[in-house]
Write a protein that binds this ligand. Structure first.
Ligand code: 5AD
Length: 352
């Protein structure tokens, strides 16, 4: 197996049968080997810097009905909210004062947030704080909308692919949502010049070694700048209420493999990983993660942004505590936007 890790590092990819072997037959020593390699790869690209992103959960209204998600349209028990643009700008002001230089606007697919409203929001944030990066995580849109958001100044877009197996995708989503559509959105985002994020839940119902091999081959082909990987965690008011949660151990293994596959990727130690393990963020960083996404959503609505139960969100107000936790494992919370290492903003190439 270590020969496969060598090959992955040397050639930047594996064939399907090789991925399958690596994904199916792993144990703690192999995981620890992958994690040690992943740490050293991360350090060679980004040093020991950890980037913070301020997460603003702008709405939990959603027109979709994904079977795993607590804010699915069919969950009548969810207490719905949406932040007004002025509330969102207030979150940015607070985050900026805390030193954050990336804001992530995440929400369900809420029809109130029309293309025009999102465009205005992005413009307002960029006008108010020109030195921040704006990341959107607002689901699937037509190309024109993604282009309009980009034109307004959006820098990055997170859209987890969830699973790259079409049959597994159909097990997790209603028929209106397809992997073909999700994949097309991701390629469009990359084409429009977004730093683009894909990703998946580890241990989602029906996930197999085969579907994970599909995921790795998809990431290998897409070459996203960001990848979000966290364990699946059941939500009591969804069809998967009784499914077991994904394990921290397997999540760390996959995180490490993705780091070896994509050396320059921005990889978060996710909220879900921090939920299944109290030291999930630290262990994520030690498996190659270099991003942490503390929460900037006001406390009232935040309690209702429940994609899964027992969500353990850490407030951006605890910035010093987060920095302390990183310092304790030898890492430093960095200032600045923390762009993808291979990403050069256009002005950097034209002003010489
Ligand atoms: N457990 C873990 N992650 C979840 N997400 C949605 N529901 C769950 C759940 N029950 C993840 C999805 C989505 C991201 C915003 O949150 O991968 O893309």
């Amino acid at each position: 197996m270590t020969a496969l890790l060598d090959k992955l590092q040397e050639t930047g990819g594996l064939e399907r049968a090789e991925w399958l072997r690596l994904l199916n037959a792993w144990d703690t020593p192999l995981r620890d080997d992958a994690m040690a390699r992943a740490r050293s790869v991360t350090q060679s690209v980004y040093g020991r810097d950890i980037y913070l992103r301020g997460l603003i959960e702008i709405s939990n209204h959603c027109k979709n009905n994904c079977y795993y998600c607590g804010i699915r349209a069919g969950n009548r028990k969810a207490v719905r909210y949406r932040l007004l643009p002025e509330d969102i700008l207030a979150c940015c002001a607070e985050g900026y004062a805390l030193g954050l230089r990336t804001f992530v606007l995440q929400g369900g697919e809420d029809p109130w947030f029309t293309q025009q409203r999102v465009v205005q929001l992005v413009r307002d944030i960029k006008a108010g704080w020109p030195d921040v990066a704006v990341t959107l995580s607002l689901g699937e849109w037509p190309r024109e909308s993604y282009a309009a958001f980009r034109e307004a100044g959006a820098d990055r877009y997170l859209l987890r692919h969830e699973t790259a197996s079409p049959t597994h995708y159909a097990r997790l989503h209603p028929p209106a949502l397809t992997f073909a559509q999700r994949s097309a959105c991701l390629y469009t985002l990359k084409d429009l010049g977004y730093q683009t994020g894909a990703g998946l839940m580890v241990g989602s119902p029906g996930q197999t070694g085969d579907s994970l091999a599909d995921d790795m081959l998809f990431l290998q082909a897409l070459q996203p700048q960001m990848v979000g990987i966290g364990p699946f965690i059941p939500h009591r008011d969804t069809p998967f209420a009784n499914a077991p949660a994904g394990s921290a151990e397997q999540t760390l293994y996959l995180l490490a493999l993705v780091r070896l596959l994509l050396p320059a990727a921005l990889l978060p130690a996710t909220t879900a990983l921090g939920t299944v393990a109290a030291d999930g963020w630290e262990r994520g960083v030690l498996a190659g993660a270099n991003v942490i996404m503390p929460n900037l959503t006001p406390e009232g609505p935040r309690a209702n942004y429940q994609l899964y139960n027992h969500k353990n969100a850490t407030s951006a107000r605890e910035r010093d505590a987060i920095a302390g936790r990183m310092a304790a494992i030898g890492y430093t919370v960095a200032a600045g936007r923390g762009d993808h290492a291979a990403y050069l903003p256009q002005h950097a190439t034209t002003t010489i």
